[in-house]
Write a protein that binds this ligand. Sequence first.
Ligand code: CTP
Length: 403
Amino acid sequence: MSILKDKNILLGITAGIAAYKSANLVRLFIKAGANVKVVMTPASKDFITPLTLSTLSKNPVFSSFVDDEDDNAIWNNHVDLGLWADLFIIAPATANTMAKMANGVGDNILLATYLSAKCAVYFAPAMDLDMYRHESTKKSFEKLIAFGNKMIPAGTGELASGLIGEGRMAEPEDIVSFIENDILDQLPLKGKKVLITAGPTYEALDPVRFIGNHSSGKMGFEIAKAAANLGAEVTLVTGPTHQSANHSLIDVKPVVSAEEMYNEVHKHFKNSDIGILSAAVADYRPKKVADQKIKKKDITFTIELEKTKDILKSLGETKTNQFLVGFALETNDELENAKGKLKSKNLDLIVLNSLQDKGAGFGGSTNKVTFITASNDVIEHQLKSKAEVAKDLMQHITKQLHA
Ligand code: CTP
């Protein structure tokens, strides 16, 4: 999954022949999972039709301040458009539009939106080589960059005029990669490796039966997504679940038993910066696993269990610089028990779920948690969706790492 997923992207199109490539750019943004709106200068409609762009973006296209169909004038609010956008990309950006942007001119809806936008602005120049080299164009580049806008430089190649040189708009694929990399570069966990466990474990009794639990894995998968959205490279070791993680920064390692989870986690922990163990690991497993399906015989049937390895504890014992987070699901003496686990497992943070709280714990889509830090600070949170709890957790960890 691209980092652009669910981002609101405003694409500005100006009157250059490269505008024909804007259709492909819209397609790529949509394919990346972004929401796309298009704003055009009036003259750019000579190069590509609003119908093409509205069909591809699945949104109305704006090219004037007012739509006046059937005498029902509707004002296209450039301020709202600017505020809606998480990022604004002007591609192609002509010399004319850039000169106006550099000088605060707002005589069309694209320029007025640019002046209103608070988000990151990217511009991909496109023009003939002599225009590209002109001193006034260079001044526009300098000014726009000095304002904090980001330039996606034009390439060199055959131009619409037939001349060969600089001025060819970056290819749509390169524009998308440029923006993705730029966003990733600014993310607070870029370059950090995060190891997460999720889900239940299944402890086999015989070839067809196991001892398991009701963990859905949702909390761990949400943490993985929240970490990846902050730029971290995530290894997600998960027991059997129906969850899926479709993100380019999440590497899913499926396991079944506590022993397999232990082995997989230890393969990755040394190279990790953060470990978050949210899996509901079986504490005991059948001492003997029958080769054949166990037949029913007597009225009672006893299974002898033995302890599994405590994965979290083993990481606490071997950790070097890693920030280690555990979960505690408690029914009574919650704070006391959680603080005890924080200490005995040598953690930097423990996330307490109390089963006494409605909406907390297994299965559901909500959770109510309390963070307890290594210095015994207790931070209580409201009942929230698991996605929000995951964001809170990653935000807390990020702050600690940058403190
Ligand atoms: N955990 C683990 N390996 C185990 C058992 C638990 O890594 N074999 C981790 C869980 O992922 C969780 C934390 O330990 O992050 C707390 O698990 P919990 O079962 O509540 O704690 P226990 O130490 O097993 O204590 P108890 O069952 O007595 O409450």
